[in-house]
Design a protein around this ligand. Sequence first.
Ligand code: T4K
Length: 369
Amino acid sequence: MRETEPIYVTQPSLPPLEEFTPYLEKIWANKILTNGGPFHQQLEQALCDYLGVKHLALFTNGTIALVTALQALRITGEVITTPYSFVATAHSLLWNGIKPVFVDVDPNTLNMNPAKIEAAITAQTTAIMPVHCYGHPCDVDAIQKIADNYNLKVIYDAAHAFGVQCHCGSVLNHGDLSVLSFHATKVFNTFEGGAIVCPDAKTKLRIDQLKNFGFVDETTVVAPGINGKMSEINAAFGMLQLNHIDAVLARRKEIDATYRELLKGVKGVRCLQDAGEAIANYSYFPILVEADYPLSRDGLYQKFKDHGIFARRYFYPLITDFPMYRGLPSAQRDNLPVATAASKKVMCLPIYPSLNNEDQRRIAALIAK
Ligand code: T4K
C-alpha cells in the first residue's frame, strides 16, 4: 500500500521558475547560445571562487570531462581505479583505450584503499583514478605519496564531491586534476554538466582546446578533441543555482543528522562514518544492511518499493561485474572482497532538500520496524 506520492532517492533542487526568466532574457538578447559565452565565463569564475580552486573548465557532463581529463594528461597504458563507483569512471578509461586495473576499497569509507595500490602497479601504469565516493574525501595524502614515489598522475573522479573540504581546504585541489558532475541528481546541478578542476592556466588552456574539437585558433587543430562545451542555458542555470547552494547544503546536513539519529540503535543497519572534521556535502545517505538485520538488503529494497520509496543500490552491481570488465584479472571477486561485500549490503536512502520531515520519519520507521 502506498501512503503518498512516490519518493525517489533524489530530486533535483530547482529554484522558483520565475527566478530563471531574467537569465533567459539575457541569452535571448545577446544570442550567444554556446561556445564559451558570457554565462559560461561567469560560471567558471563563480565556481572557482565558491569552491576555492584556481582553474576550472566547464563541460557538457561529467563523463566527457573524465574522458578529456585523461587526454589532457596524455594518460596511456594502465590506470589503477576502484570497482565501487558509477560505471562512467571506468568507461572513461576504455574510451581512451586504457586498461583499468581495479583495487579494493576501504571498509569504512568505501573509497579506494591506498594500501592496495602498490601491488597493482606495473611498468604500464601511468595514473591512479580514485573516486571520492558519496563525497567522502579519499586518503589524498597516502595516494599522493604513492603517486610521487612511482611518478604517476592522479585524476580524482570527484563527481560526488562538490564543495567538500578535507583537512587542507577544497578536496578538489588534490591530485593533478579533479572532475565534477553537475548532473540533475547531484548536489549542484545544471541539468547536465560537469567540470575539470586544474591547478594552472596552461593545463586549463589544453583542456579548453580539447573540449572544443582541439581548435587553438580559427584554422588550427592540435588534437582529436571532442565537443564537450557547456551551453549558455546550462551555465546560466548554474549561476542561479549558486544563489541557493548554501541553503541546499544546510538542509541536506539536517536530513543527514536526522537519519543518523533515527537509525541509531537499529540492529543490523550501519551508517557510513560521518564527515568528522571535513566539510561534507551530504550528497548521498548510504546504509549497509548487515547479516543481523531481519531482511536482506534486497528484501529491504523491495519493502521500500512496496511503500512507494525508490531507494537505489549505489553501487550494485560493481563495475567489475559488467561484461566489458569482468574478464580482467583485477576484476575477479577474490581481488575485491570488501567492495563485493559492500555492493551486496548498500542502499542509498532518499536525501534532497525538499524531502519533508514526515516522509523522512516514515522511511526510518520502515527500516526500524
Ligand atoms: N563518476 C561518478 C562517481 C558518478 O557518480 C557519475 C554519475 C559520473 C562519474 C558521471 O557523471 P555524468 O556524466 O552523469 O555527469 C545517476 C546519474 O545519471 C549519474 O549522473 C550519477 N553519477 C549516478 C550515480 O546516478 P541513475 O541511472 O541512477 O539515475 P536515474 O535517472 O535513475 O535517477 C535517480 C533518481 O533521481 C530517479 O529515480 C528520480 C530522480 N530524478 C532523476 C533525474 C535524472 C529526478 O527526480 N529528476 C531527474 O531529472 O544514474
